[in-house]
Design a protein around this ligand. Sequence first.
Ligand code: NAP
Length: 273
Amino acid sequence: MKIAMLGLGIIGRVWAENLLADGHDVRGWNRTPKALPWSVPDAAAAVQDAELIFVVVADPPAVQQVLDRILPGLRAGQVVIQSSTISPTATLDFAGQVQKTGAAFLEAPFTGSKPAAEARKTVFYLGGDAAVLETARPVLARLASAILHIGPTGSASALKLAMNVNIALVAQALSESLTLARSAGITDETYFTALKLNASHSGLAALKEPKLRAREFSPQFSLKHMAKDLRLALEAATDLKLPQTRNIMGIYEEGLTRGWTEEDFSVLARLLE
Ligand code: NAP
């Protein structure tokens, strides 16, 4: 298929490379141009003949800026797959803007950071029309270990934000527990051996164990994006208490103040040392 990948950050670039390896005709575009043989300097040119158009950029304002570049050229027969983590409200707004052009819109936030994307084990949460989903399914399936159709447009973003609240809180619990054990002289080897035999061991602990042990925080998923997701979750939850989510927002703000924006979000363990 002819596919445009708009946003060549950590995830967009990996997806594009996997789709190229599958034999698709992929054109990439990034706001800050990338010297890649398959990327073009103009977003409108990238989407011109594309059947599927992925948008995977930072946040709602970034998605709007990408749409502003491509909306004039969109037409019926194209599908915009919006995979950036944004709010349900912004998703509904963007879906309306795209559908006005005649193109279809699929909400497709995902879970699984860089290693999962590389291993084609992204998990997609899809929102929107089942027929549109079926158009995109063969391509998404090559990137994914699972595709979940959550419900109407907006529902997948709501679920994605709920999932990231869980990840942020689990990560903080893991860091605090590890710090307590270290302070008692327990080695990381012993700590993680015991954790693997404990009911609280998690996929997140398995993913972040090497980073926490080596104190190496190159990004799989950046602190700034997790902070953005917590902010979006709290904005969507004005009527809810969510005490720990409100509390952890302050911890993320402290990490951002320290300048750790581009580091992996597990870097917050450093605040405890
Ligand atoms: P990233 O590496 O930080 O890349 C962000 C991308 O957004 C870059 O291509 C950046 O372009 C672009 N961008 C930022 N502001 C823009 C604007 N105003 N206009 C146009 N483009 C703009 O992010 P990522 O990790 O790939 O994540 C992308 C999205 O997926 C985010 O919404 C994130 O929350 C979500 N997500 C990520 C993961 C993960 O593990 N990495 C997992 C689940 C969901 P420049 O290069 O020009 O700055």
